[in-house]
Ligand binder design. Sequence first.
Ligand code: ATP
Ligand code: MG
Length: 254
Amino acid sequence: MNSENKTKIRVNDLDLYYGEKQALNGINMDIRENEVTALIGPSGCGKSTFLRCLNRMNDLIDCVKINGEIYMDDEEILTTNDVISLRTRVGMVFQKANLFPMSIYDNVAYGPRNQGIKDKKTLDKIVEESLKGAAIWDEVKDRLKSPALGLSGGQQQRVCIARTIAMKPEVILMDEPTSALDPISTSKVEELMATLKDKYTIVIVTHNMQQAARISDKTGFFLNGELIEFNNTKEIFTVPHDKRTEDYITGRFG
Ligand SMILES: Nc1ncnc2c1ncn2[C@@H]1O[C@H](COP(=O)(O)OP(=O)(O)OP(=O)(O)O)[C@@H](O)[C@H]1O
Ligand SMILES: [Mg+2]
């Protein structure tokens, strides 16, 4: 834990409604640079909804209404017009690997090519560095032109992380990135997160409490759309301040 890291994202009084239904209620959170922030809580409590606010993915859902502010550095992101560049700065990795039906190389080069990078040497370098950054290079370097969908689930998830890194984001959002993986792939992705935070700010949703305890610096506990408790991970898991947090992390909940 490093409590002196500067704030990367500041969430002020965030409310979100799907039509009439309120899914987030008065969320305040400070997400620090070069830290892993874990979001935990029971199913349906608003974790994914919150994560999607951080790169405006909720824009894609009809009937969403949002109040409050989210600052990344000094820019308010809920009102920014430049959503494309926001999504470049804030990358996302989903629960299920969602690679395109093309080669490993083309998956990772996809974003940079979209940004107009055409030079082969430059692309080769981005692909190699991104795959190395996602701890998957050694496993795929001899088959870069093979279909990405021919990889195992755990390998595909790491290529998804490489694809995100290739965009040179500042923040990486991960929504249950290991829930579909076996224990070995899971520990590879967990080890990876420890190295990724040197360069990026990471926000991860997980149902796995041991995982949150192992990999995160800060933990937020959500319940029914509210952020019940947000603190240093060590504190949340050893001396939670709220009875509801304690009940949840000790498995006495629902
Ligand atoms: N597109 C949507 N339209 C309407 N309601 C939605 C939509 N997405 C989520 N909700 C509702 O918002 C609430 C929060 O959902 P959300 O997916 O954020 O929960 P979660 O904490 O990520 O749950 P899980 O752990 O199961 O993934 C739930 O009541 C859910 O039914
Ligand atoms: Mg979810």
